[in-house]
Ligand binder design. Structure first.
Ligand SMILES: Cc1ncc(COP(=O)(O)O)c(C=O)c1O
Length: 368
């Protein structure tokens, strides 16, 4: 089966893991620090805080904004469940907004109708790594969380996605452009917020063991708990895999782009396929996934599955999920739910796989 998502790991990652194990240092440590420094440099930001998942990073982001309990956070419906779950867990209410049909991204105009006197923040998602038009959203005047989980390599008007709004969050789960099995990252334009993040991620203690207690004290086993918080610090095993992945990220991105370009070229003339939008002039895409809109989507998915090509829909719109009791009517998200399909795009695909995917999709089109 050709998988829809995937990563590319090999000897460099194994070397990093072996190194951690041979040094008997698997927990958070030097590799975490090194990864954070390299990421901060790559994103041109002062500080990068590594955590154990993008979902937890989003929860951290909400915490850093100090949102009043019961206030509303506007979230796109067309996104991963964590985006809404963390809002609920933070004691706020997710209010779903629609996305643009062509970009699958939120816009200021789509957000505006959902603003009420209870709105305390806005969460946006750079879908597939296509940058959201951030300026008009920042002008709305609310704290903004940038979910850059798809957008590790994306830029908007020359700035790295994730570093534009109040808090930005990345994901390094098993299928992301940079994978460490599980992992996430938090950046912020507020320096104190990031200092707080590095304390919070380790049960609100921040520093571990000896480091936490030796400042002018005799009893180094004592620690000072700063705030109530859960544990979401990374392991050095994960950070080491991340370091190996960072070393090959540009090559993996180039390979993703190559596949993307083939799809864009092959499908451009096919009238029943609506291809994804390219990044605006000067912006950079991350090519996390290739999302297209088609008629008879369910039939195409089943046809490809029978040909050993796995596809999916990211995402089943959240406002349709009864748990959130949403009364929102979001026609674009509903339409994407019926016509959207993500086809395989990842660095472990072979060119033969890509040819087969293109051929089978064209073959399916003959029945339409
Ligand atoms: C848009 C988006 N936000 C958040 C997350 C959560 O990231 P993680 O899987 O690292 O918890 C994901 C992961 O798929 C995602 O795609």
């Amino acid at each position: 089966m050709i998988n829809v998502f995937g990563s590319k790991v090999g000897k460099e990652e194994i070397e990093q893991i072996t190194d951690s194990i041979s040094k008997q240092w698997m927990g958070m440590g030097p590799k975490t620090k090194a990864f954070e420094a390299q990421m901060a440099e790559r994103l041109s930001t002062d500080k990068f805080v590594l955590v154990d998942s993008g979902s937890n990073g989003l929860y951290m982001a909400l915490t850093l904004l100090n949102l009043p309990a019961g206030s509303e956070v506007i979230v796109p419906s067309f996104t991963w469940v964590s985006c809404a779950q963390v809002v609920m867990l933070a004691g706020c209410v997710p209010v779903f907004c629609d996305v643009d049909l062509d970009t699958q991204n939120v816009t200021a105009d789509l957000i505006k109708p959902h603003i009420t006197e209870k709105t305390s923040a806005i969460m946006i998602v750079h879908y597939a790594g296509l940058a959201v038009d951030m300026d008009p959203i920042m002008e709305l005047g609310y704290p903004v969380i940038e979910d850059a989980c798809h957008a590790i390599d994306s830029t908007y008007k020359g700035r790295a996605c994730g570093t534009i709004a109040d808090v930005g969050v990345y994901s390094f789960d098993a299928v992301k452009n940079l994978s460490m099995g599980e992992g996430g990252g938090v950046v912020s334009n507020h320096k104190e917020a990031l200092e707080r993040a590095s304390i919070l991620r380790y049960c609100g203690i921040g520093k571990s063991g000896f480091e936490a207690s030796t400042h002018g004290r005799e009893r180094w086993w004592e620690y000072n708990i700063v705030e109530p918080f859960i544990k979401m610090n990374p392991s050095d095993i994960a950070a080491g895999i991340g370091l190996a992945q960072l070393g090959k990220l540009d090559d993996m991105q180039a390979y993703r782009k190559k596949i993307w370009d083939i799809y864009q070229e092959e499908f451009a003339e096919i009238d029943w396929i609506k291809c994804p939008v390219e990044a605006s002039e000067g912006d950079k895409h991350s090519y996390f996934t290739y999302f297209m809109r088609v008629p008879r989507r369910d039939e195409l998915a089943k046809y490809l599955f029978e040909k050993e090509i796995y596809t999916t829909l990211r995402y089943h719109p959240l406002h349709l999920n009864p748990i959130y009791k949403s009364d929102k009517v979001l026609p674009n998200s509903n339409e994407l739910n019926e016509t959207g399909i993500n086809i395989p795009l990842h660095p472990s695909l072979s060119m033969n796989d890509v040819d087969k995917i293109v051929e089978e999709i064209k073959e399916f089109g003959k029945q339409l």
